[in-house]
Design a protein around this ligand. Sequence first.
Ligand code: AMP
Ligand code: MN
Ligand code: MN
Ligand code: MN
Length: 291
Amino acid sequence: MLKSSFFQRFPFVPPANFDFHCHSTVSDGLLSPGEVARRAAENGVDLWALTDHDDLGGLTAARAAAVEAGMGFVGGVEISIEWQGVPIHIVGLGFDAADPTLGAGLDELRNGRIERAKRMGAALNAIGIPGAYEGALCFVTNPSLVSRAHFARYLVSIGIARDLPGVFQHYLSPGKPGYVDHRWATLAEAVGWIRGAGGVAVVAHPGRYKMSGGNMRKFLDDFKDLGGQGIEVTCGSHSPDHVLHFARLARSYALHASRGSDFHGPQDGYTDLGKLPSLPEDLKPVWRLLR
Ligand code: AMP
Ligand code: MN
Ligand code: MN
Ligand code: MN
């Protein structure tokens, strides 16, 4: 259904401003799917994807609001995986949202998040911060999708840190006291679910991963071998140097390039929808794969 409505909007002129990465209250964003759609359209986005973490529950409302606003829409998701011990995110685009294998895989990922959140609460309790699990739940907008962002908002609200980057730096990043290991999906599962549902798999915000150059190349080899086709080159967390670096990798790996703000909400200091530099002109934009 999602896919057919997307196809109805093609062929059209190439998008002037596509944004293929953002979040709503269906995961750890602050606006509802419809509010995110309207904000994207107001910001001049003409082809938009909602990519909530591990959940497709916002796509129907997002599509309806996008159509209402006269904006092209692509169904999306951001899947949490681990590859050789590194937590990584894979964006899926343009898949069949009714695909049962994709749906079952995402259900299992969400269920694991609740148990992980309880262990995060226990880990924070052990360093003298009681009640963080219950506190984080007060910020949760989808009961089956609790994220570190919800813990971060709670910890800022009680004055443990001044802002989200501070709380991640000191408490919630790998190696910090509130971080617990978790079994996410594998790279093969995430890419397989997305491809199996007819979608395109994209490496999210590659500049954020703590990986050597050699490891990144090995990761991209695996990603390509499994059927991955895209990489975010411009995104909310990329510096100008990251853009140049990942543009080079997109060229040498013949990956299509994506562009995504990773917007989570107006107050959180994230890049706003559609407010990103354009992709370097020689790169193949990922929306071409969605026709
Ligand atoms: P999780 O999927 O539960 O591991 O949570 C990851 C989420 O935490 C990301 O999607 C962001 O919303 C948020 N996050 C991670 N690192 C940071 C950071 N340094 N600053 C702000 N938010 C972050
Ligand atoms: Mn998030
Ligand atoms: Mn991410
Ligand atoms: Mn994201």
